[in-house]
Design a protein around this ligand. Sequence first.
Ligand code: DQA
Length: 146
Amino acid sequence: MKVYVLNGPNLGRLGTREPTLYGATTYADLVALCEHTGKELGLDVTVRQTDAEHELLGWLHGAADEGAAVVLNPAAWSHYSYAVRDACAMLRGPLVEVHISNIHAREEFRHHSVVSAVATGVICGLGIGGYRLALHHLAGLAPADG
Ligand code: DQA
C-alpha cells in the first residue's frame, strides 16, 4: 500500500519548536520513525513537510490520482484552510488526520479542524506516536501482499 505522510507548516521545526507542547523529537526523527514503521509493516511510505499551502495541495492531488492512503498533519491549516479540506475530500484512499498535541485542550481556535469531517479518522494528543498508530491502522487495511 502506498502511504503519503504529509506535514504542514512549522512541523519541519520539531525538536526546537515549543518542546513542552510538541516534544524533543526532531523532524528528522519523525521521518525516520515513519520510514522504519512503514518497513516493519510492509507499507511504501513517503514522508514530506511543507510551509507552502500550494505545495501540500499538489501532493494531495497526486495522492488522489494514485488512490494512495494519506496520513496528514495539516498543522495550523487544520483550523482554517478550506482549500486543504477540499483537496482532502478528493482523496480516494483512507485519510488519517494526526495532531501531536491535544488540540481540544488548547486555545479555542484549535478546537475545530475543518479537515476532520472529510478524514477517515483522527488521532490527536498522543505525541509523535500518533503517526505510528496511523500507519498501524493503514497496515490493518492493506492486503497481506502489500
Ligand atoms: C498541530 C496542532 C495545530 O494546532 C498547530 O497549529 C500545529 C501542530 C499538532 O500536531 O498538534 O502546527 O497540528
